[in-house]
Design a protein around this ligand. Sequence first.
Ligand SMILES: CC(C)(COP(=O)(O)OP(=O)(O)OC[C@H]1O[C@@H](n2cnc3c(N)ncnc32)[C@H](O)[C@@H]1OP(=O)(O)O)[C@@H](O)C(=O)NCCC(=O)NCCS
Length: 176
Amino acid sequence: MLLATSRLTLRRFREADAPELAAYRSDPDVAHYQGWTAPVTAEAALAWVHAFAAGSPTEPGWFQYAVELTAEGRLIGDVGVRLHDNLRQADIGYTLATAWQGHGYATEAVRAVLADLFETRGLHRVAAECDARNLRSAALLERVGFTREGMRRQATWMKGEWTDDLLYGLLAADRP
Ligand SMILES: CC(C)(COP(=O)(O)OP(=O)(O)OC[C@H]1O[C@@H](n2cnc3c(N)ncnc32)[C@H](O)[C@@H]1OP(=O)(O)O)[C@@H](O)C(=O)NCCC(=O)NCCS
C-alpha cells in the first residue's frame, strides 16, 4: 500500500487489475473526455497495467495509483501523477468507474495524493487540466482547493473536434 484513507487504499497496479481496468475504461461515459477511445481491449489494459506497475511515484514521469475500495478489496479507479524533472511540480489526473461516482471517493483519493505531494514530499505546485465541458472534473478540482487559472480555447484535438481546456493550479501556499 502506498497511501490510505478512511475508505480507500491507493496502491501500485498489478496484473490482476487488467480486467477491471478494461471494464471501467471501456465505459463511453468514462472515456468521453479522456485520451483513450472506448472500448479498451484486454491486451491494451494488460499493457497499461504493466506500464503502470513499472512506474515510480518518486521519480519524474507519470505514476498511476490504483484506487481500491478497502472494505471490498475492489479496484474502483485510478489517480495519475506526473512528477516534473525538478521534483517540485506535478500534474494530476483521475478516473473513477461510473458505478462508484457520486460518493466522494475521487475527492478522498485526490486529497490523499495532494497531502502526500505537498506535506510529505514538499512540492511547490500541482496543476491539472480538463475539458471545459467536464463539469464533474472541474467541480472535483475546485472542491479540493485548485484555482482556475484560465482556459485554452480549442487547444486539443480530441475525438474528431477541437476542445477547450480549463487550466487549474494549486500551490503549497494555498493549502490551509
Ligand atoms: C471526474 C470524476 C472522477 C469525478 O467523480 P465524482 O464522483 O463526481 O467525484 P467524487 O467521487 O469526489 O464524488 C463527489 C460527489 O459525491 C457526493 N458525495 C457523496 N458522499 C460523499 C462524501 N462522503 N464525501 C464527499 N462527497 C460525497 C458529492 O456531493 C458529489 O456529488 P455531486 O457531484 O452531486 O455534487 C468522474 O466524473 C470521472 O471519473 N469521470 C470520467 C473520467 C474523467 O473525465 N476524468 C477527469 C479527466 S480531466
